[in-house]
Structures are given as structure tokens and as C-alpha cells.
Design a protein around this ligand. Structure first.
Ligand code: NDP
Length: 316
């Protein structure tokens, strides 16, 4: 099996990973970045990004990611296609990673930026209309539906938060809850229930997202009566949770009960020396491109300082 050594390995290619790559390459760490299965991360699924500072006219998510990649490559990041399939962090002085089950890499430092994937309902119509009215982020995409009617699916804090956010900019928000109760905290539920333009539809599931080129409505079913109904809506927001992409790391890296990597407060350090985490894989609160990018910068600086200190120790 082929083996390779590197100072800095970055796993994942969203705004966090690419920003880490820009900083690490400019610091002379000659990072290697593996893009994984979804190069560009969640921003590839969104349409126009209007809230990233510095783009007064907005930018398409895919364009932003292509430009971030170009910027990381410009400073010398070795950007590769490939999926990290296994790690061995049992020895912090020899962090091992396997790519596509065949290539072995030994790294002095590792930056994990594998993100979190939004959970989807799994309907073909939902997939077809992704970024054409189907979204998993109200803060990112809600503004496109100002003054219009939208649907939010879910009964947890995310759904309550998305519905509340959308209620301030949209005409009407339908909140579809599959049970006759919500899992969201009492205070979030109260906020939703008190909003005059949020209508909660209990015991309701989605049969189909309607539309060809854009969302025009949603076919819903009441699970108690089996009655179906079409409601008009231009935006369809799925808020049924996120899954952090941490499976391969969990034998070594400490995660919280939802699987998010735990980082030391105010840093990107994990429980394993030399391994840092940034972006949504360690953040279930903010989940924004700009916060992911900022933590990518932090991870590169943390890795740089760690490597410098290690070098001093080795020379002493
Ligand atoms: P949760 O796992 O808490 O809730 C998911 C919700 O989606 C549940 O109501 C669940 O229904 C529903 N759901 C799951 N699958 C489907 C499906 N296929 N069809 C329809 N509905 C479905 O996820 P959240 O993202 O809401 O929250 C995750 C964590 O983050 C929680 O701990 C939450 O408290 C926290 N959070 C906190 C916030 C805050 O404090 N501001 C904001 C956002 C999240 P069911 O109940 O029937 O299983």
C-alpha cells in the first residue's frame, strides 16, 4: 500500500476546509486537502448566498466554493479528490489516515472539516427541486420568499427556529409536524404558536413537493384521516435535523451526544493532540458559511502553532 507523509492534512472541502487550506498554505505548511464525497459541502445545495460579507450583489453557492478552491490552490494547497475512509489517531506523533481504503497518509497535524449534512425527507420531488425552492436553511434562503407563503417541515428546535425566522419575512408559514406534539423546547414552541402568520398542521406528512422548475406547492397528508390536500407555497424548508459527518473519527475523537466534535472552548483543539476541527462538524449552533470560514482560519492557526511548538520541543 502506498504511504505518504505530510505536515498538515485537511479533510473536507466546505468553507471551513478551504479557509483552513488558504491559511495553512500561506503559513508554509504545504497542506494536502481531500475533498470527500461532497466537494463544496452544503453551499453546493443552496442557490444565491446574499449574507456572506464582501459580496454586495450576492454570489451563487457553487461559484463561491469554486472560487474558494481556486484561492486555496493559488497558495499551493494540494487539493485532491478522494474520501477518507479510516483513521488511526492512537499515536498523536503519527496520525494515520486512509484514503479510499488504499492510500495511507501519515500526518503531523490534521484539520477535520467534514461538515454536517442536512437530513432530507427522501422524496424524489424534494431532490428535483433542491435549490429551486427546496432548502434546509432559512437564514440562507428565506429572503428569496419574502412576502410569499412557505412550508417548514419538522417539530424540533430547528424547525421552530426556521419557522419563527421565516414568519418575520414571509406572508405565511405552514409548519408541518408529523406527530400531534412538537419536540422543540417550550419557549420555542410558544414563539411559534404565538406568531399570527404561522399555521401548525399536526399529524401531517409530505407526499410531494409540487412544481417542475420551481416549488409551487406541497401535497400533504393527514396521518389520522388519510386526507390529502395541496397547499400553495414557494419555499419548502426541511428542518428535521443535521447529521455531523464524524463516523470515521468517533473511535478516537470525543463527540457530544449528537455526534458533533467537541472542541476546547475558544479553540479548534480536539481531545487528540494535533487534530483540530472546524466548521459545522463541531458547530450545531451557528452553521453559517461565514462562521465555518472563520473557524477554518482558527484551525489553521492552531495547527501552525502546534507544529511550531512541536518542532521546538523536538530540537530541545
Ligand atoms: P431534532 O432531532 O431535535 O428534531 C427533529 C424533528 O424533525 C423532530 O420533530 C422529528 O419528529 C422531525 N422529523 C425527523 N424526521 C422526520 C421526517 N422524516 N419527517 C417529518 N419529520 C421528521 O433536530 P433539530 O435540528 O430540531 O435539533 C437538533 C438539536 O439542536 C436539538 O438538541 C435542539 O435542541 C438543538 N437546537 C437548538 C436551537 C436553539 O436552541 N436555538 C436551534 C436549533 C437546534 P419526531 O419528533 O416525530 O421524531
Amino acid at each position: 500500500m502506498e504511504a505518504e507523509k505530510t505536515h498538515c492534512l485537511i479533510i473536507g472541502a466546505g468553507p471551513a476546509g478551504y479557509t483552513a487550506a488558504i491559511y495553512a498554505s500561506r503559513a508554509g505548511l504545504q497542506p494536502i486537502l481531500y475533498q470527500g464525497l461532497e466537494p463544496g459541502g452544503q453551499l453546493m445545495l443552496t442557490g444565491e448566498v446574499e449574507n456572506f460579507p464582501g459580496y454586495p450583489n450576492g454570489v451563487m453557492g457553487q461559484q463561491m466554493m469554486a472560487e474558494l478552491q481556486e484561492q486555496a490552490a493559488r497558495f499551493g494547497t494540494d487539493i485532491r479528490l478522494g474520501m477518507v475512509t479510516k483513521v488511526d489517531f492512537s499515536n498523536p506523533n503519527d496520525l494515520k489516515v486512509w484514503v479510499d481504503d488504499e492510500k495511507e497518509i501519515h500526518a503531523d497535524s490534521i484539520i477535520i472539516s467534514t461538515g454536517a449534512s442536512a437530513k432530507w425527507l427522501g422524496l424524489p420531488s424534494e431532490k428535483k427541486l433542491q435549490a429551486k425552492g427546496v432548502s434546509s436553511c432559512a437564514v440562507c434562503d428565506g429572503f428569496f420568499y419574502r412576502g410569499q407563503d412557505v412550508v417548514v417541515v419538522g417539530g424540533g428546535d430547528s424547525a421552530a427556529e426556521e419557522a419563527s425566522y421565516l414568519s418575520k419575512i414571509c406572508n405565511k408559514v405552514y409548519l408541518l409536524v408529523r406527530k400531534n406534539e412538537m419536540r422543540a423546547s417550550k419557549i420555542m414552541q410558544a414563539r411559534v404558536k404565538n406568531a399570527s402568520n404561522i399555521e401548525i398542521l399536526w399529524n401531517t406528512v409530505v407526499e410531494e413537493v409540487l412544481g417542475e422548475e420551481e416549488v409551487i406547492g406541497v401535497r400533504i397528508k393527514n396521518t389520522e384521516t388519510n386526507a390529502t390536500q395541496d397547499i400553495n407555497a414557494n419555499g419548502f424548508f426541511v428542518a428535521i435535523g443535521h447529521q455531523p459527518n464524524t463516523n470515521i473519527f468517533t473511535p478516537y475523537i470525543a463527540t457530544d451526544e449528537q455526534g458533533y466534535i467537541i472542541t476546547e472552548k475558544g479553540t479548534t483543539r480536539t481531545n487528540i493532540e494535533g487534530v483540530f476541527a472546524c466548521g459545522d462538524v463541531q458547530d450545531h449552533t451557528y452553521r453559517q458559511a461565514v462562521t465555518a470560514a472563520a473557524s477554518g482560519c482558527m484551525a489553521a492557526l492552531d495547527a501552525e502553532r502546534y507544529l511550531a511548538a512541536k518542532e521546538v520541543m523536538e530540537q530541545a
